[in-house]
Design a protein around this ligand. Structure first.
Ligand code: ADP
Ligand code: MG
Length: 256
């Protein structure tokens, strides 16, 4: 049975996709059989993992609607140990179509369970909303990884996400918990970043991951080459941080 984690935060541009792609690639590099599920119609995780979203034969969309199996829809990425359940624009329609479908919040969970023996880790890149797509991610997962920037408004919105996670835990998925908050795009020279970071540690204790991902331009450049940042420039600080984060996750799952 794989460990399944949703990477979620209803804010856009906070590093969900960068975290999903790089953690998945780093886990693959570490010999963990990993599936990256792209649940965002923008398909950025698909692209970042090196899969061309314009030429997909299948995607997560028919899988959610029960029209294709995960085994048929997944693609092997060009990178070690990494499969991708890709997404493209089609997925934008799923939100509406799912409403009609029975057991609509558990479609992804069911699909993953059919390939459970193939993976050690499944990572789900959620869209920037608390939508039915994100709900599918939360219902399929054992835990949530929340990437956040250490800026003034970082904590705003966090309570909405935490409340949603609590509701899903209470009503739909007793396994679900917050695994941790990941500080991303961190600027060590900024006093504000350091203050917010310290606040997070004092409020959330060991729910804050030890690894801190710095702001690093190589991570931002990598997607345009279709190569995860951790592989694009292994010596870059951002790549090293995500590689360290993969080790932290491998350790953390042993305690769950
Ligand atoms: P989300 O999926 O939450 O919308 P992304 O992962 O797409 O966020 O990140 C938003 C933007 O910030 C992207 O352009 C991405 O390349 C950039 N970015 C993410 N993390 C970093 C980082 N650590 N350093 C520099 N740029 C980053
Ligand atoms: Mg994204």
């Amino acid at each position: 049975m794989p460990r399944i984690f949703a990477i979620a935060n209803q804010k856009g541009g906070v590093g969900k996709t960068t975290t999903s792609v790089n953690l998945a690639a780093a886990l693959g590099q570490a010999g963990q059989r990993t599936l990256l599920v792209d649940l965002d119609p923008q398909g950025n995780a698909t692209l970042g993992a090196g899969v061309d979203k314009r030429t997909l034969k299948s995607s997560v969309y028919p899988v959610l609607l029960g029209l294709a199996s995960l085994a048929d829809a997944r693609v092997t990425s060009p990178h070690a140990g990494l499969d991708v359940l890709p997404a493209n624009r089609d997925l934008a329609g799923a939100e509406v179509e799912l409403v009609e479908i029975e057991n609509r919040e558990n479609r992804l969970k069911k699909a993953i369970s059919e390939c459970a023996d193939d993976y050690d880790f499944v990572l789900i890149d959620c869209p920037p909303s608390l939508s039915l797509l994100t709900l599918n991610g939360l219902c399929a997962a054992h835990g949530v990884i929340i990437p956040m920037q250490c800026e003034y408004y970082a904590l705003e919105g966090l309570s909405d996400l935490v409340n949603t996670i609590k509701k899903v835990h209470a009503n739909l998925n007793r396994d679900l918990k917050v695994i941790g908050l990941l500080r991303v795009m961190f600027d060590p020279r900024s006093t504000l970043s350091q203050q917010v970071s310290a606040q997070l540690e004092s409020h959330f204790g060991d729910k804050v991951f030890r690894t801190v991902v710095p702001r690093n331009v190589r991570l931002a450049e990598a997607p345009s080459y279709g190569v995860p940042g951790v592989l694009f420039d292994k010596s870059a600080k951002g790549a090293q941080a995500y590689t360290a984060f993969a080790q932290e996750m491998i350790e953390r799952v042993k305690t769950l």
